[in-house]
Design a protein around this ligand. Sequence first.
Ligand SMILES: Cc1cc2nc3c(=O)[nH]c(=O)nc-3n(C[C@H](O)[C@H](O)[C@H](O)COP(=O)(O)OP(=O)(O)OC[C@H]3O[C@@H](n4cnc5c(N)ncnc54)[C@H](O)[C@@H]3O)c2cc1C
Length: 391
Amino acid sequence: MPDVDVLVVGAGPAGAVAAWQAKLAAPELDVVLLERDRAVGAPVRCAEGVGDAGLREFANPDGADWVSRRITDVIFEAPDDTQVILANSGRGWILDRTRFDAFLAAEAARAGAQVLVGAEATAMSRNGDERWYVRVKERGRDDVYRARVVIGTDGVETMVGRWAGLDTRVPARDMESCAQYVLQGIDFNPDAIYLQFSNAIAPGGYAWVFPKGVGVANVGLGVVALKSDGRNARQYLDDWVTRRFPGGSRTGYTVGGVIVHTTITKTYGDGVLVAGDAGHMINPLSGGGITNAMKAGRLAGCHAAAAIRARDTSERRLSAYHNAWMELLGEDHLKYYRLKQALEHMDDAFLNSLARTMNSIAPSKRTLGRVLTHALIRHPQLIPVAARFFV
Ligand SMILES: Cc1cc2nc3c(=O)[nH]c(=O)nc-3n(C[C@H](O)[C@H](O)[C@H](O)COP(=O)(O)OP(=O)(O)OC[C@H]3O[C@@H](n4cnc5c(N)ncnc54)[C@H](O)[C@@H]3O)c2cc1C
């Protein structure tokens, strides 16, 4: 029976960074990172957009082969296609997630973690000896790993959280179903991301165009099923793409869920932590979760390592991880969630008029904070939160 100090389940951004940072924090520990798929980073279920500052906390994107495109502009689109252009509104990147996730896992391996692909955790239990016993299926064989701390970074469908008795349920109104094509041969500004808000196009979410290069982009949308007219996300996407990019070639397709909720109330237990999508650590307003996952993974790896060194992996000790996350971003997500709820009440007519109001402001004075602030005129108590959102 393999005996390890830290077993990380799921090699997305949260898991790779958790394994990497646990090893950096305590090189003497045995750290194993499991990935159920045959390759880290594939298949991609993501539009691959990240902000510059958060990314640089972990890796330098300048000239990196895991970057597809540098972004400088954001273009908001109203339901009637009116565009509000925020030029030079901040720097961001469109990643190549297949390469990026592999890069992060390679960093974990370089730090000394063992990375296993095609290795799926299928069950987990505790036996009274302060260890978790995790059943792992690898190449048709079943192994049981004994671990002091298990870090669940197994994404939206997390099982680790459930096996550990954590409440990872998602209210239906906070689960977005997303569908996305890679579209080739389409016309758009390759230095800009496009976000279109409309209850008719993407109820409860938004539609996006994230450039991968000149003429090629991730084009997708997210919908909340409770708000849909009976169509699923792919049907909404087909209707939008047919109207918007009739000549585009669909060379890739993906679906996935995004949890636009707040952090689960308890992300820890005896000898266990959950991080990233598994802990609902996505920004509920933007639906972005890559950077958050890495930040949570870093905290989880460091807290797990420190707890093992201190020979105390109890729930009480590991609760410090939850507190650190809440202080870092979790508390902000509670505010963004309230903001999201307020914005949900805007109908398409209001969104169209908002776009026209924004366009009457000089381009140099148009900021994301101002857009949100105008949108929230009816909820003035949330305006300071809105102004801080994209700062
Ligand atoms: C359509 C779509 C578009 C998105 N666009 C963006 C975007 O543009 N920007 C952004 O920031 N975020 C975006 N997101 C969200 C982002 O993809 C996630 O927040 C991010 O990937 C979370 O990282 P993670 O490591 O927590 O989970 P994941 O990246 O989901 O990684 C979890 C890993 O665990 C593995 N796994 C699961 N179960 C097991 C098991 N039992 N044993 C072993 N391995 C297991 C999975 O195979 C997977 O590799 C998007 C999501 C979707 C669905």
